[in-house]
Design a protein around this ligand. Structure first.
Ligand code: GLV
Ligand code: MN
Ligand code: MN
Length: 407
């Protein structure tokens, strides 16, 4: 389905072969790797072809402008990076739809009236450096540049090095008042990451809010040793602690209705089949209706980890890697979008977005496109050609309704 999905819009079809992951399936496109660079080149080329002027901001985000960049800009877009083995839609759908909608507006003879831009945010998934929405967090000051620049990828390269290699000066990374001050309204179109619109029988929806969420590293330390020579009773094995903890996570989350807790990645050091690990990092993603519940759930998981570690002669350390407050999208741009679109359904989401990072600072709204599989962050993520077309129509209608002096 990912193959047919990648062709749901002609623009997505163009990208169908970029960053395919032969091992995991789906796509792996991470900040400034070959696939991400190819996608960025495609964006510059496509945006230029329809008459937009492309610039890269101080944090590696791309902006394609219709009309001179300036205040009160109408901004739409999303991201081009993916999770490891992700689907074709999460991110690129919002970028391709934005370019399609803008191309149609330009072709119809509409005049910008106010600046309009398509944005591509860098490292939205946090798959290379561990912090989601890194480009928009840097732009808004949601992460300190000193901390961000020290983030390290799986190969040991830090962000400073990777940015410099891509021509982004690490010395100028950080909150960008100029770029932020230009945004009059940000609208992100995104594939829905659930079955809300399927159940409602609607191709398009508007976002209500985003669950509070974050990522934590539980570092379990024990004693590395020989798998054959160490009697079972003499072991301090952090992998056994990690296993016991992970088995408890679902019931701990279930005690907080509506919350979600996931261990999607475990790293063993040194990582040999015949070696008792000395250290295991358990990567936790936790989300809930509100900030306090999310933090309470993580504290309970950490307590459980500490108890499991103590029982087996190990220790555990909890490190918060990222945090995002609960987001409520403001009723005012949403009501205006709803009026332009004939009142589509309004849905909450458990997925994080750059729109959520921008929402506390600038007027922000989100449009969702129906996903019949309800699956996301996996190759089965899907949206039909008809629903993708409805998404472009909706975005065009929204842009048109917000352009002063549009034809
Ligand atoms: C991004 O899609 C996230 O919700 O983690
Ligand atoms: Mn995602
Ligand atoms: Mn996304």
């Amino acid at each position: 389905m990912s193959d047919s999905g990648a062709t749901s819009l002609p623009g997505l079809a163009t990208l169908a072969d970029v960053g395919r992951d032969a091992v995991r399936g789906g796509y792996s496109r991470h900040l400034f790797d070959d696939a991400d660079r190819t996608l960025r080149e495609w964006f510059v080329e496509r945006a230029s072809r329809i008459g937009l002027d492309v610039e890269r901001d101080r944090n590696g985000n791309l902006w394609a402008w219709w009309g001179a960049p300036g205040p009160d800009a109408l901004v739409t877009g999303s991201h081009l990076d993916s999770v490891p083995g992700g689907g074709a839609f999460d991110g690129p759908l919002g970028v391709v739809s934005a370019l399609d909608a803008l191309e149609r507006l330009i072709a119809s003879g509409a005049s910008p009236g106010r600046p309009v831009a398509v944005v591509v945010f860098a490292e939205e998934e946090g798959s290379r450096f561990g912090v989601a929405c890194l480009g928009s967090r840097l732009l808004t000051g949601g992460i300190a540049p000193e901390r961000a620049l020290r983030l390290v990828d799986a190969e040991g390269h830090d962000l400073a090095e990777v940015l410099a290699g891509a021509g982004v000066d690490p010395a100028h990374v950080g909150r960008d008042e100029q770029a932020l001050g230009r945004i009059g309204l940000f609208v992100e179109l995104h594939v829905e990451q659930g079955r809300g619109l399927v159940d409602l029988g609607a191709p398009i929806g508007l976002a209500a809010g985003i669950l509070a969420h974050g990522r934590w590293r539980l570092i379990v330390r024990g004693q590395g040793n020989h798998a054959g020579a160490t009697p079972m009773g003499d072991r301090r094995d952090p992998m056994v602690v990690a296993g016991a903890l992970i088995a408890r996570v679902p019931e701990l989350a279930a005690a907080h209705p509506g919350s979600r807790a996931t261990v999607g990645r475990v790293t063993a050091v040194p990582g040999g089949t015949n070696v008792i690990a000395s250290r295991v990092d358990v990567m936790l993603d936790a989300r809930a209706e509100d900030d306090a519940t999310t933090r309470a759930l993580v504290a309970e998981i950490a307590d459980c980890a500490a108890a499991a570690a103590a029982e087996r002669g190990c220790t555990v350390e909890l490190v918060e890697e990222s945090w995002a407050d609960r987001v409520e999208f403001a009723p005012s741009p949403r009501a205006e979008l709803a009026a332009a679109l004939g009142g589509p359904p309004v849905l909450a989401t458990g997925a994080g977005h750059d729109a959520g990072v921008l929402a506390p600072l600038v007027p922000t709204a989100m449009l969702f496109v129906r996903n019949p599989t309800g699956v996301s962050h996996a190759p089965e993520e899907f949206a039909s050609a008809e629903d993708c077309a409805a998404g472009v129509d909706a975005l065009e209608a929204v842009l048109r309704s917000r352009l002063r002096g549009a034809a």
